[in-house]
Design a protein around this ligand. Structure first.
Ligand code: NAP
Length: 522
């Protein structure tokens, strides 16, 4: 059952005076539950409790933390249909997506559990050199972390999403600032985490869930001295505001923000010649997937002017037109989509290719494809902006040089894609592709950018403003690196060292003098 209250550790609490409700965007009406924004007192309690919990939780063996993560996954599944129904009521997303996102969320938790049991994530390094100090390095958790739930992923990037799973795996207590668009979904998942924490005997305060309907709660949390890092997925405006708050604290802390991206796609002449129809169909589906509300949505397609490019644009527009409009997450997100789209459509020098102008429900988004030539795109930065929704710009470049100029002019991106049907063509576009690589976190060959695999090799991040720190990823197992810092033990007695650094660890026995070793599993 949803109570509308905040979880301060395992205590349900509602001291704040501000109340709010979530919205069912499909029905365009309010859902029933009344939520209480957390008071300053509740925020401080959660932060102090997390600080206390850190002392115990940071020393808990990896196998126990793995049990906790697996228990969270089990408890989320045990919530059953009520979780899916609430998710759908609060997001307007379809049942298939709700199911898929739940599976992704529990899959992530279990993947981090497996990683903990394997052990090499601590990156133990042992330097034993005769006549020199004995130096051994290991990663340790940094302290309590605040996670901002994302509006567009009520499960996989929210309460028990990748940020929370990776921080808990690292040994950091987590306070989630629940996203107000899906506070009920957040509370249900929070209840599962609290149940799992009790069942596996984790310290109280290892997890709290805080509600808000305005930015002051998030600001207070980020400013609290007990908080040591922040995870965020959302807008460039929100992410950069939080980075500034964190940098201006007496003790600054890192904010790992995953923000906007238009995810450029280069369609090379060979792909236009051989696979135009396939890519047009796949890209119509990718641009409109999740009503375009994915950070990896392909918002920019680039090609060199030709008859084949014109044909591709025509099919892309036709295929996009064929699709029925779908519901956006919230009336505010729909308003923002319309406003950003209007700003672009008020510019000069573009051609609108799609004609979808069907009668539709209030929060449904009409998809749009426009084209501009390379000169116009270079001169007018409004065409470079992320329009969060089913919207994409196709740029017709004069030649490879202009394509290169455009790539060099782009801001940092989460992804860059190359569509090619003849590898011999690669040499002609080598410089362009090298320049694209330097702008992105993930370089894709012959696919669509939507769909982010959760695995060790994934990078979901990129140069600013795609993320606040391009050295890290928010998806995949290496997301844990955001919540740890290295510590070096010098000349410590073996039995007092962490297990992963001890000589008696079977994997360390055979090391000889002068060995410099990146540690294998303990
Ligand atoms: P948002 O406005 O960036 O907000 C995300 C979270 O950050 C919310 O919980 C919000 O708190 C908090 N926040 C924002 N600004 C803050 C500030 N100055 N100080 C403290 N906290 C702050 O994103 P959103 O609500 O998810 O969606 C709004 C727009 O963001 C969308 O229309 C879209 O354009 C963009 N967006 C982009 C992506 C992407 O992946 N590229 C994903 C989601 C959204 P409150 O909710 O309590 O105000």
């Amino acid at each position: 059952m949803i109570t509308g209250k905040n979880y301060i550790g395992d205590l349900l609490s509602a001291k704040g005076k501000t109340k709010f409700k979530t919205i069912n965007p499909e029905l365009n009406s309010e859902n029933e539950t009344v939520f209480y924004e957390a008071s300053e007192d509740e925020i401080c309690q959660a932060a102090v409790l997390a600080d206390e919990a850190f002392k115990i939780y940071s020393t808990i063996p990896d196998v126990k933390k793995a049990e906790f993560l697996e228990a969270i996954a089990d408890e989320i599944e045990a919530l059953g249909d009520v979780l899916l129904t609430t998710y759908i009521q609060e997001s307007g997303l379809p049942a298939g997506r709700a199911n898929g996102e739940r599976a992704r969320t529990t899959g992530q938790l279990r993947a981090f559990a497996t990683m903990l049991k394997e052990g090499s994530w601590v990156e133990a390094i042992i330097n034993k050199t005769e006549g020199k100090p004995d130096i051994r390095r290991i990663q340790i958790p940094i302290g309590p972390v605040v996670v901002f739930g994302a509006s567009n992923f009520p499960l996989a990037f929210s309460t028990a999403g990748g940020d929370t799973a990776s921080a808990l795996a690292a040994g950091c207590p987590v306070i989630v600032k629940s996203h107000p668009l899906h506070a009920g979904t957040g509370e249900l998942v929070a209840s599962a985490i609290i149940k799992a924490a009790k069942r596996t005997e984790m310290p109280n305060g290892v997890f709290s869930n805080i509600n808000s309907s305005g930015i002051s709660v998030g600001k207070t949390l980020v400013e609290h001295p007990s908080i040591k890092a922040v995870g965020f997925t959302g807008s460039i405006k929100g992410g950069t505001a939080l980075c500034k708050i964190a940098a201006n604290r007496p003790v600054p802390i890192p904010v790992y923000a995953e923000m906007g991206s238009i995810n450029p796609v280069l369609i090379l002449p060979s792909a236009l010649k051989s696979d135009s129809e396939k890519w047009a169909t796949n890209y119509a589906a990718s641009i409109t997937a999740g009503t375009g509300q994915f950070c990896t949505n392909p918002g920019l397609i680039l090609g060199v002017k030709s008859k084949e490019l014109e044909d591709f644009i025509t099919i892309l527009a036709l295929e996009t037109d064929k699709l029925d409009p779908t519901c956006m997450l919230h009336p505010n997100i729909k308003r923002q989509y319309e406003s950003l789209k209007s700003e672009v459509l008020e510019q000069e020098g573009y051609t609108k290719k799609t004609i979808v102008e069907k009668e539709t429900k209030p929060n449904y988004a009409l998809q749009s494809i426009i084209t501009v030539d390379g000169d116009t795109f270079l001169k007018n930065r409004t065409f470079h902006k992320e329009v969060f929704g089913p919207f994409s710009v196709v740029v017709k470049c004069d030649d490879i040089q202009q394509l290169n100029e455009i790539i060099l002019d782009l801001e940092g991106q989460l992804t860059g894609t190359v569509l090619n049907s003849d590898l011999k063509e690669y040499e002609d576009f080598k410089e362009v592709i090298e320049n694209l690589k330097n702008k992105v976190g993930r370089l894709i060959f012959n696919n669509v950018p939507t769909g982010v695999e959760v695995c060790s090799g994934m990078t979901h991040g990129g140069p600013f403003p795609a993320s606040s720190d391009s050295k890290f990823t928010s998806v995949g197992l290496t997301a844990i690196k955001r919540w740890v810092r290295p510590v070096t033990y010098q000349d410590w007695p073996d039995q007092l060292l962490p297990k992963a650094l001890q000589d008696k660890n079977p994997l360390n026995i055979n090391r000889t003098v002068n060995d410099i070793v990146t540690q294998n599993p303990i």
